[in-house]
Design a protein around this ligand. Structure first.
Ligand code: ZN
Ligand code: ZN
Length: 200
């Protein structure tokens, strides 16, 4: 076992041990898990809109602190992949999906870099997803625009958890942001994506 791999296991176990296991199952519920302080108006907006748009009950869970073990000191960012592991542990078996929301900057390893700042992260067919408002503030004109951007981001990550990869259609919600802020112009899933997932 390499030293790096051993460190990864230790770090992951520290993150997972900070959250207690769930007791009962609510498979047809999407849970929103605020990580740290998140605006209550935004949480309510996401809850209402996701319920209407996807026909699934949404529950906002009590806020949890961001796990210190996921913090990347050098960049002041949280490891999004470790946050997914944390969220999975908190929600596993209890909710269909568990979406973490944070105002902190989050990063993952991609594009040949070990720390690549992202707006959100989710794995295909997995329960957890995480979104961050840190990179969503660019040229904001109103609170409504901010909330709309966060909703688009949340639906994009939910799309991944329902099995959708990035879409080549330039107007689809599942298009790749390619490191840019493209949340103002993509408001719906294209026909091809809609045909693949009954939840859309
Ligand atoms: Zn994506
Ligand atoms: Zn599409």
């Amino acid at each position: 076992m390499s030293f790096r791999f051993a460190c990864w296991i230790i770090l992951t176990s520290i993150v997972l041990n900070t959250c207690s296991r769930p007791r009962q199952r609510q498979q047809n519920v999407i849970a929103i898990q605020p990580l740290g302080i998140v605006d209550a108006g935004l949480l309510q907006y996401l809850k209402t809109e996701i319920t209407i748009l996807h026909g699934i009950p949404v529950e906002v869970l009590p806020s949890q602190p961001l796990p210190a073990a996921a913090f990347e000191k050098e960049r002041g960012r949280y490891r999004a992949d470790l946050l997914l592991a944390y969220l999975e542990h908190c929600g596993q078996g209890k909710f269909e999906k568990i979406m973490g929301i944070t105002a902190a900057d989050i990063a993952t390893t991609t594009q040949g870099r070990s720390s690549w700042g992202v707006m959100g992260l989710a794995r295909l067919y997995a329960a957890p997803a995480v979104i961050s408002s840190f990179r969503v503030q660019k040229k904001l004109r109103s609170v409504q625009q901010f909330r709309q951007r966060m909703l688009t981001l949340a639906r994009h990550e939910l799309g991944h958890t329902w099995g959708l990869s990035h879409c080549s259609s330039s107007f689809c919600l599942m298009r790749d942001a390619e490191g840019k802020m493209k949340l103002d112009s993509a408001g719906f899933f294209c026909k091809a994506c809609t045909g693949l997932v009954s939840r859309l």
